[in-house]
Design a protein around this ligand. Structure first.
Ligand SMILES: Nc1nc2c(c(=O)[nH]1)N[C@H]1C(S)=C(S)[C@@H](COP(=O)(O)OP(=O)(O)OC[C@H]3O[C@@H](n4cnc5c(N)ncnc54)[C@H](O)[C@@H]3O)O[C@H]1N2
Ligand code: MOO
Length: 400
């Protein structure tokens, strides 16, 4: 039996780094930066005002004996004014937030501390020297790294990229991932169920998981437990993919379609991994395309994707940190775990405490949908009391 880490290494080795492409900023949302982005301009780009008010020489308006003071307003500087005007001694400039600070000014008096005059202004309270000024380069200097390779590109990163003048960003191409479910009991949602049939749900779950991991999913129509049909589908579709993920047909039954089919085609190796759920696993290549075969129980498929496929996809995308956030938590109640297997129980984590959601059964999809974390119980632990510390892996929805 393989350890979790051994199978992770096998899966990681299957997925090479995805090739680079440059895309417009909006299209880079949710992607991963492939190369460092260097700031072409400093931020702020020039000394400017942080308040609507009056730019002044502090020595003339601040400190004891200067309050209130009346001075002529020599210039009006709205944001966007591009000419440079010196602040002559004995004058002030009316200035707006974001407008360039005139040379000579070392304080901005907010309009609320004045009478708002446009020819002559009365300044009532002057803040300390240097107040309400934003200095060129105090956020980032020109020529320095604004965004490092491996950074996930969310709203704030894209905002920064635009702020330093980037129009496009180098990212890694999203791997094209085919998702293929197997099982003669499966029926498409929306159709009538006969006794013994169930709605096919793994391809929906896995395609969404691929999308969340940064891949480009394509759900193939599920196939029954029929080796010829399965192989026909694989052969017809595989050339368009960077990865094929299958579900079902890999355990010990009489009709293990995935196992049986890949005995005749490709290099996929099947075996057990010392974990629960997600024991039966397979990985290899078919016609040079990586193939990962996940067990059919829906919770097993989800957990297997989390443990093996998600980090491998994110690594291929160049993520600086391909793994989920893992934090310590106190158990709200006791739990039991099988010896020799790493268990990934479903849990709800809140404020440092985790409660188990449902039992260990890998068919419990409603409980899975209520979970916001996986509780990791090591291979050598068979039971833990309430209050014991465990590691939890935060999955969707855990971070509010
Ligand atoms: N004798 C043994 N039986 C089983 C073993 C074993 O070691 N010896 N392992 C068990 C474990 S653990 C798992 S996990 C499953 C894995 O089996 P398969 O990958 O072959 O999956 P199936 O048998 O096809 O399905 C299992 C279960 O999941 C349901 N299923 C499958 N596909 C879907 C889908 N696309 N959408 C919704 N539900 C799906 C299926 O109906 C079954 O209930 O094997 C155990 N058995
Ligand atoms: O190992 Mo199976 O994946 O528990 O349900």
């Amino acid at each position: 039996m393989r350890t979790v880490e051994e199978h992770q290494a096998v899966v990681n080795a299957l997925l090479p780094a995805s090739p680079e492409e440059t895309v417009p900023l909006a299209a880079a949302h949710g992607r991963v930066l492939a190369r460092d982005v260097v700031a072409r301009v400093p931020l702020p780009g020039f000394d400017n005002s942080a308040m609507d008010g009056y730019a002044a020489r502090w020595a003339e308006v601040g400190g004891a004996g200067h309050s209130p003071v009346r001075l002529p307003v020599a210039e009006d500087i709205p944001a966007g004014r591009t000419d440079v005007v010196l602040l002559e001694p004995g004058t002030v400039h009316r200035i707006m937030t974001g407008a360039p600070l005139p040379p000579g000014a070392d304080v901005v008096v907010p309009v609320e501390s004045t009478d708002g005059g446009t020819d002559v202004v009365e300044l009532r309270d002057c803040p300390p020297a240097g107040s309400h000024l934003r200095r060129a380069g105090e956020d980032i200097a020109a020529g320095t790294v604004a965004l490092a390779a491996g950074a996930p590109l969310g709203a704030s990163q894209l905002g920064l990229a635009a702020a330093v003048g980037a129009t496009g960003l180098p990212v890694r191409r999203r791997p094209r991932v085919l998702v293929l479910s197997t099982g003669s009991e499966l029926v498409a949602p929306g159709e009538e169920l006969a006794p013994g049939q169930i709605y096919e749900s793994n391809s929906t779950l896995l395609a969404a998981a691929v999308d969340e991991a940064g891949g480009l999913p394509r759900r193939l129509h599920f196939v029954p437990d029929d080796v010829d049909q399965f192989l026909a589908t694989v052969r017809a579709e595989l050339a368009t993919a960077d990865l094929l993920v299958t579900s079902g047909g890999v355990s010990a039954g009489a009709y293990e379609v995935v196992k049986d089919a890949f005995r005749t085609l490709g290099t996929v190796e099947f075996g057990k991994v010392a974990m629960q759920p997600g024991g039966p696993q397979g990985a290899g290549t078919v016609d040079g395309v990586p193939v990962i075969t996940l067990p059919g129980n829906p919770v097993s498929a989800f957990v297997s994707f989390e443990v093996f496929v998600r980090p491998a996809l994110r690594r291929a995308l160049g993520h600086a940190d391909p793994d989920r956030l893992r934090v310590p938590a106190r158990l709200a109640g006791p739990l039991r775990s099988p010896a020799g297997r790493r268990q990934f129980l479903r849990g709800r984590y809140d404020g440092g405490v985790v409660s188990q959601v449902g039992g260990p059964g890998s068919h419990l999809v409603a409980h899975l949908a209520r979970a916001n974390c996986l509780v990791v119980v090591p291979e050598d632990v068979t039971g833990l009391p309430a209050g014991a510390e465990v590691d939890v892996v935060l999955i969707e929805g855990a971070l509010r």
